[in-house]
Ligand binder design. Structure first.
Ligand code: MRU
Length: 354
């Protein structure tokens, strides 16, 4: 079992493990104000697409609790206003928008109820989103099992584990389930510049779980495929377009190109809440550009001259043609994605999850 929860709700308070200070310190920050939750998402106290979605849903629960509304119309307006603030926190991960829309949809379905019932319904929906995320992650891992050879050397980018989700994880969850099922897996972890989610967070999680792993610099992945022999790459996603193009942490695209050159299967693992069928290709995915100082400084040490400009793309888009398969909780989609993703999403709508 994971010994921590990235996101907890305790007696009207949202608790988030502060991912900025791991692995040095394990600290939980407490939130009662949805604006502070939005700031925490922006600052990456909480990060990873599914975790951001769940945190925003709980942010709405905080907004509902804090609202002084005495009628349902006023409460709905307060929630809409909170939703706008939360939506503006980070642009790329669609799970953020998905979770907010889901909670608001629940609220509008309860128009004839009283204020207290709606407050409770918002919290219940946030709990449901969190619980479903854990179940989805486990199912992703189980669905992926037949794709993992034994033994397997697996290359992973960023952090997609229990920290990036509510628990368990997507791509890192696959590595975990393979290990728990007795497969001899060895994870190679891209350190993931500039925020070092691989070196700081994925290594921290795999250490606790006793899963063999090695951290590499991002630029080493091509050479590693040649020298060590990687069996597969598995990464997470922040948004998958209807044609399979996938936005994920910067460096994912480079990794996919290297994998293609070396004939290494390249898998994307994500819950269906990360699939955005409203956009036809990755061209339409908004890509976050973050602060200069994330690159200009390593810790408190400035590592480049003041005068040199920086371009800090937080995500890139891997074209679908580089992706061997997309592993979700309802099954595995193979190319052509423009045909197979709609089929997969139809199962979600109809509730016919395998
Ligand atoms: O900037 P981050 O750390 O939020 O980016 C995280 C990623 O890119 C993850 O791979 C993605 O959100 C999937 S997490 C299950």
């Amino acid at each position: 079992m994971t010994t921590f929860r990235s996101i907890e709700w305790k007696e009207g308070t949202l608790r988030l493990i502060d991912q900025r200070v791991l692995p040095k310190e394990t600290v939980y920050l407490e939130f009662k104000d949805y604006c502070e939750v939005a700031e925490a998402i922006k600052a990456m106290v909480v990060r990873g697409a599914p975790a951001i979605g769940a945190a925003a849903a709980y942010g709405l629960a905080l907004a509902a609790n804090a609202s002084t509304a005495t009628d349902v119309q006023q409460l709905s307006q307060d929630l809409q206003a909170a939703a706008e603030v939360l939506r503006a926190s980070r642009p790329t991960a669609v799970n953020l928008f998905w979770a907010i829309d889901r909670v608001l949809k629940k609220v509008s379905s309860l128009e004839n109820q009283d204020v207290q019932t709606i407050r409770q319904a918002v919290l219940d929906e946030a709990h449901l989103i969190a619980e479903e995320d854990i179940q989805a992650n486990r199912q992703i891992g189980l669905n992926a099992l037949p794709l993992i050879p034994d033994p397997a050397k697996i290359l992973h980018h960023c952090n997609t584990g229990s920290l990036a989700t509510v628990d368990y994880g997507t791509a890192l969850g696959i590595i975990r389930i393979a290990h728990e099922n007795g497969k001899q897996v060895h994870a190679y972890l891209d350190e993931t510049r500039p925020r070092l989610q691989g070196a700081r967070l994925s290594a921290w999680e795999l250490n606790q779980l006793g899963i063999p792993h090695t951290v590499i610099v991002d630029g080493a992945s091509g050479f590693l495929m040649k020298k060590v022999g990687i069996d597969l790459c598995v990464v997470g996603a922040d948004r998958i377009a209807a044609n399979g193009d996938t936005a994920n942490k910067i460096g994912t695209y480079n990794l996919a190109i290297a994998a293609k050159e070396h004939g290494v299967p390249f898998y994307v693992a994500a819950p269906t809440s990360t699939i955005d069928m409203s956009i036809s290709s990755g061209e339409q995915i908004p890509i976050e550009i973050r602060d200069r100082n994330e690159i200009a400084f390593v810790g408190s040490e400035q590592v480049m001259p003041d005068g040199s400009p920086v371009l800090n793309y937080a995500f890139d888009v891997t074209p679908a043609r580089y992706i061997t398969a997309i592993i979700t909780e309802v099954g595995i989609a193979y190319p052509p994605y423009e045909e197979n993703l709609p089929k997969l999403m139809k199962q979600v709508k109809e509730g016919t999850i395998q």
